[in-house]
Design a protein. Structure first.
Length: 451
């Protein structure tokens, strides 16, 4: 990192940032209150509110959103007539999955091999610390030159839309000239990247019923229709022979025009086993950023341990469909439902319930804010030019904000590069990335204010 006063200030603040991230990671703030205590999420929200107050934020509030969770808001006034920038992160996290599989406890930030491990360290508690670090550096080096609003969501990972509905009901709250979403990541460590597109998502619960109850497979198997077998047929119909997603009537997307993703690097990042082929066709970037992708997230059926010789009367699955920009997620959901119903065999009864929906997002990368971010990234990452990438995941709030504030510029940056392994066992954050991106955000705010 090049030496300049702001960079030196950011570097000096890193020990404090680590201490605070340790405290924040310790909250088991999974916004699924059937699995984790609501009090853990509420305590994390209070911690964030206290941190904002300590930095001089005004109007700090815990917002009770319609999905029963809390988002945290604060306002830091800037110079008179200055532009307003909204900084976003979320404090809720994914469940740790199998805690025994973690090398170190998931809710204890652990320094190992040059990275900090813990659930939420990158996604997205680290994003909030990044915002704090950037603002502190500016305050110590002449002041924050813009008016800053901060919003930290409490249920992003659950996709229940609480903050989206709250923003729609209170549209004046989050108005801004530019919005920085700190919930994305560089395409690899050390390569500055803004995320220009997000795939949307629809989530369907599919249930297949064939019998009034389970039957003995020896007595009835061979003629009695097996609901689990019927469901497997339906799910298999969603993929072509090469693994490409095939939903009747759904467009295949267009080639990805920007930064490419080397296939061997992807295999390494995704930890694909030796000898196992990648699925789909086209470039890796095409497949993960610009085309629809179906995933079976779960199946309700008897586990192998304890299974009985029975023909199954019912079976259920949760199916996710990611859709690229240019495709309406609601229309894709209708096509997916129609496909499931059309491909259910043997006259089996099928019920399809939509349980989640988020539209895709595409940013205007020609805006002045992107020029300011490119300039900032060039300083924070010497010798590197800012890249434009897509992201296969969804952040439905982006579309809500774009709809509410059509004149606002929206940028997506963050700490979730491939090595972070977000949502997986042993999630981690690179402290070097935290330092560089905090510097980049501070420089961006300064450059944007002067543009």
């Amino acid at each position: 990192m090049s030496s300049n006063p702001l960079a030196e200030t950011v570097a000096s603040l890193m020990p404090r940032a680590k201490t605070e991230l340790t405290e924040l990671v310790a909250f088991q703030s999974v916004a699924d209150f059937d699995q984790f205590p609501r009090g853990e999420s509420e305590a994390a929200a209070r911690w964030i509110a206290d941190a904002l107050r300590a930095e001089g934020f005004q109007d700090v509030a815990l917002l009770d959103t319609p999905d029963g969770t809390q988002s945290v808001y604060g306002l830091l006034p800037g110079p008179e007539g200055s532009r307003t920038v909204l900084l976003y992160a979320h404090y809720d996290v994914q469940p740790p999955l199998d805690e025994a599989a973690w090398t170190s406890p998931p809710f204890e930030l652990t320094d190992r091999d040059g990275r900090w491990y813990g659930r939420g360290s990158a996604d997205c508690k680290g994003g909030f610390i990044m915002h704090l670090l950037a603002l502190r550096a500016l305050k110590a080096d002449g002041g924050v030159p813009v008016t800053v609003k901060v919003i930290v969501e409490g249920s992003e990972e659950q996709g229940t839309g609480g903050l989206e509905r709250y923003a729609e009901a209170h549209p004046e709250l989050l108005t801004a000239d530019t919005i920085v979403i700190g919930d994305a990541g560089n395409s690899r460590v050390g390569l500055p990247t803004v995320t220009a597109t997000l795939r949307g998502m629809t989530l369907l619960r599919v249930q297949v019923d064939t019998l009034a109850g389970n039957l003995h497979s020896g007595q009835f198997g061979g003629a009695a229709p097996d609901a689990l077998a019927a469901l497997i047929r339906v799910l298999d119909s969603l993929r072509a022979e090469d693994g490409s997603t095939t939903v009747d009537g759904l467009a295949d997307g267009a080639p990805w025009p920007g930064l490419q993703y080397d296939e061997e690097q992807f295999r390494q990042d995704a930890k694909v086993l030796d000898g196992v082929e990648l699925i789909g066709s086209g470039t890796v970037a095409d497949r993960i950023w610009a085309r629809p992708a179906v995933t079976v997230l779960g199946i309700d059926c008897p586990p192998v341990v304890g299974a009985t010789p029975s023909v199954q009367a019912s079976a259920r699955a949760l199916v996710s469909l990611r859709v690229p920009p240019g495709t309406d997620a609601a229309e894709a959901a209708k096509l997916l439902q129609a496909h499931v119903e059309a491909h259910t065999p043997w006259g089996a009864r099928v019920r399809v319930e939509q349980v989640g929906l988020g539209q895709p997002f595409s940013a205007d990368t020609t805006s002045p804010a992107y020029a300011a971010m490119a300039e900032a990234m060039a300083v924070a990452y010497p010798g590197q030019e800012m890249q434009y990438a897509g992201q296969g995941g969804s952040i439905p709030l982006c579309n809500t904000l774009a709809s509410l504030y059509p004149d606002a510029e929206i940028l997506l940056i963050g700490l979730s590069e491939p090595e972070a392994q977000i949502h997986a066992v042993d999630e981690s954050v690179s402290p070097e990335e935290l330092e560089r991106l905090s510097l980049a955000e501070a420089l961006f705010l300064r450059t944007y204010a002067a543009s």
